[in-house]
Ligand binder design. Structure first.
Ligand SMILES: Nc1ncnc2c1ncn2[C@@H]1O[C@H](COP(=O)(O)OP(=O)(O)OP(=O)(O)O)[C@@H](O)[C@H]1O
Ligand SMILES: [Mg+2]
Length: 240
């Protein structure tokens, strides 16, 4: 079964009285067990698509299915998803520890399980020293690590990674990429990944799609591709 199916999705936004398509007739699918990269210039619709998949935005047309279930008809299916995003915002007054307790409760983990999972994730992401700090005072990288740890708390069946290593220093990026690969290999967790780091996508993704001004222009296997060249070529072809 396909993990994620996006069928003919369109989404319009209105900006200063003018409507435009952020997504136009987008179709793609993520196979069980694969890492699928979504490439495209700034503003091409990648985050909008992720927000529609996770149910934060409603598509104007088309539908999204998670393990065969329509997200609009079965919204609870989105509980299987974990989202890591640069847009992640936590209430400013919460401490890092509060974030873990809060989401642990939201995910329905028993206290002992919550504490065990929190300890594992805090250790892995090196968050010990900021546990009692307020979220609004964290650095970009610390917020990103917290976002990643939170997304893994309920052992999601599918991961949506929207620029997961943006703003991270090289050592934590390397560790995180290894962890992404490890989760994928060990549990077969399918993932949707957006990133502007082409080497990262080459390392991680099995297939990529190229999106331009809200339309999918191409989908292909990554093996053997130089994605930087591919990206530049796709931009040039579509500009012409
Ligand atoms: N809530 C909104 N209201 C109006 N326009 C929006 C909204 N969200 C996104 N857009 C616009 O829709 C388009 C797609 O934005 P989106 O954030 O999906 O791009 P992206 O591919 O994720 O870009 P980036 O690589 O910079 O993250 C952009 O033109 C953006 O300005
Ligand atoms: Mg984006």
């Amino acid at each position: 079964m396909k993990a994620v199916e996006v069928n003919n999705v369109s989404k319009k936004f209105r900006v200063s009285g003018r409507e435009f398509y952020a997504l136009k007739d987008v179709s793609l699918h993520i196979r069980d067990g694969e890492i699928f990269g979504l490439l495209g210039p700034n503003g091409s619709g990648k985050t909008t698509l992720i927000n529609i998949i996770i149910g934060l935005l409603i598509a104007d047309e088309g539908n999204v299915k998670i393990f065969g279930k329509d997200v609009e008809k079965f919204p609870e299916i989105t509980e299987r998803l974990g989202l890591v995003s640069t847009d992640a915002r936590f209430h400013w007054a919460l401490s890092v520890n509060d974030v873990f307790s809060f989401f642990g409760m939201v995910y329905g983990l028993e206290r002992r399980e919550r504490e065990k999972r929190t300890a594992e994730l805090v250790n892995f992401f090196g968050l010990e020293s900021v546990l009692n700090r307020r979220v609004d005072g964290l650095s970009t990288g610390e917020k990103m690590r917290l976002s990643f740890a939170k997304a893994l708390m309920n052992n999601p069946k599918i991961l949506l990674l929207d620029e997961p290593t943006l703003g991270l220093d090289p050592s934590i990026s390397i560790k995180l990429r290894k962890e992404i690969k490890h989760i994928n290999r060990e549990f077969g967790t399918p993932m949707l990944l957006t990133s502007h780091y082409m080497r990262e996508v080459e390392q991680l993704a099995d297939r990529v799609a190229f999106i331009y001004k809200g339309r999918i222009m191409d989908t292909r296997n990554v093996k053997g591709l130089d994605l930087e060249k591919y990206f530049l070529k796709m931009v040039k072809t579509n500009e012409d």
